[in-house]
Write a new protein. Structure first.
Length: 160
């Protein structure tokens, strides 16, 4: 059985690491934009302006990551019983021609991959293509996913 509290802690660690990198980048860009040597030499010198745009963009990403971090920290980790539909907090195992795939459905931080023993667990959100496909479905159902390369059949093996 996969420990959801361990998974969410790993997601939180990943978000914290990403947030630290973004904050450092925003701080560096701000310092670059405001440094006396960055002042424009002529009207065509946009170095300082570009650095300020970069600092603002990274600050915006930092705010989004902080929000995602708070949502993960306050997330209730529900246990799903047999026959319950897939919803936020579910770990979903699906079987495809490529083998068994495991997804952890949470409200934010999609795209994070967590190694748990010998398997990889992909974090998805309800807004992601696979999340949209799975939400509301139950174990035993088969769903079709059309990708840019080929259609895939996914059998939902287990929801927990």
């Amino acid at each position: 059985m996969i420990d959801k509290s361990h998974l969410i802690q790993r997601v939180i660690e990943s978000l914290k690491e990403e947030l630290a990198v973004i904050r450092d980048g925003a701080r560096d860009a701000y310092e670059e934009a405001t440094h006396e040597e960055s002042q424009p030499e002529n009207r065509f010198d946009t170095h300082s302006l570009e650095a300020s745009y970069r600092a603002a963009g990274q600050a915006k990403v930092a705010v989004e990551l902080e929000s995602a971090l708070m949502r993960c920290q306050s997330m209730e980790l529900k246990t799903f019983g047999e026959g319950e539909p897939i919803a936020i907090g579910a770990i979903v195992e699906v079987q495809s021609k490529d083998g068994l795939e495991v997804y952890f459905l949470i409200p934010t931080a999609g795209g994070v991959e967590i190694k748990d023993k010998e398997q990889t667990i992909s974090v998805i959100t309800p807004q992601s293509p696979i999340g949209k496909l799975l939400v509301g479905r139950r174990a035993g159902e088969t769903v079709s996913q059309t990708t840019s390369t080929r259609p895939r059949q996914l059998e939902i093996v287990r929801v927990c």
